[in-house]
Design a protein. Structure first.
Length: 278
């Protein structure tokens, strides 16, 4: 909340006052932001306060703001609408896909990262301290490697570019080598396959390979690159399967093409929301 850090900022004050003047829903949403802020007990990262304040400018309901707020209060690093290079406190490097959030903690014997949402490529140095990435129920132990981890709803995917990783989910475990990919979900468990190296984190080149994902899952990826929330009104459309490579250079055009291919339509409310209808 930039206004609390810079109360003299007249523009921010005007934005806040205009937001509050919209109605009771907006005032309730603002109150929840303030409560979450004051009760989070965490120091803000360099961009977190900017993101929270920006959210206030577009929220019109608690539905829109609740999940982003929870995510970014937890995060130590988060990206905007494009990929971002970061250096963790441990010195290890990572590349975050658009709208990706991670938290990190370095202990005496362990380097820990939590993938809160999105996708990231980690380039991990071999040293005496272990490097562990958590994504929901999935734990990835790095054995000196470069790999991608993706967390999307209840699905976690791990693809290895170099080296090896060991993955644990409850009482199951897998060891992946370069060129291996694991896709895990509560519904289907873990499935290991071999992939081409250029299929590891293709978003680094502004591409995404759908490979049989649902329309909803692909929309979630596009959503990270596109201002505004994508809302799908049809359950059948949300579960429809998508094949092919999505060009993320122009995410709005990618969404329009995806929708048209399914015989649907999208109604956009500026940069606030994109409603997909049959």
């Amino acid at each position: 909340m930039r206004l609390r850090e810079h109360p003299e900022d007249a523009r921010l004050k005007a934005e806040r006052d205009a937001f509050l003047a919209r109605g009771e829903a907006e005032r309730a949403a603002y109150a929840q932001v303030v409560t979450a802020w004051e009760g989070s007990g965490r120091k803000l990262g360099p961009n977190k306060s900017v993101i929270i304040a920006a959210m206030l400018g577009v929220l019109v309901s608690v539905y829109i703001m609740a999940e982003p707020l929870r995510t970014y209060l937890m995060a130590d690093f988060q990206s905007g609408y494009s990929a971002q290079d970061i250096v963790l406190a441990s010195g290890d490097r990572a590349v975050l896909d658009a709208h990706t959030a991670v938290s990190a903690d370095t202990e005496a014997n362990t380097r820990r990262v939590t993938l809160i949402e999105g996708a990231a490529v980690f380039d991990v140095d071999q040293e005496t301290r272990s490097f562990v990435v958590s994504a929901g129920d999935v734990t990835i132990e790095v054995l000196g490697t470069t790999f991608e981890a993706l967390r999307m709803n209840d699905t976690v995917a791990v693809a290895v570019e170099e080296g090896r990783v060991r993955i644990r989910v409850v009482d199951a475990s897998w060891t992946l080598n370069a060129g291996d990919q694991l896709i895990w979900s509560e519904a289907s468990g873990g499935v290991v396959s071999q992939i081409e190296m250029d299929a590891v984190a293709p978003w680094r080149n502004r591409r995404f390979v759908a490979d049989g994902l649902t329309f909803s899952e692909v929309a979630t990826v596009i959503d990270r690159h596109l201002p505004g929330r994508i809302v799908i009104t049809s359950a059948a459309l949300a579960e429809a399967r998508v094949l092919g490579t999505i060009n993320l250079e122009d995410p709005k055009r990618a969404l329009d093409a995806l929708v048209a291919a399914k015989g649907a339509r999208v109604i956009s409310a500026g940069s606030f929301a994109h409603v997909v209808m049959p």
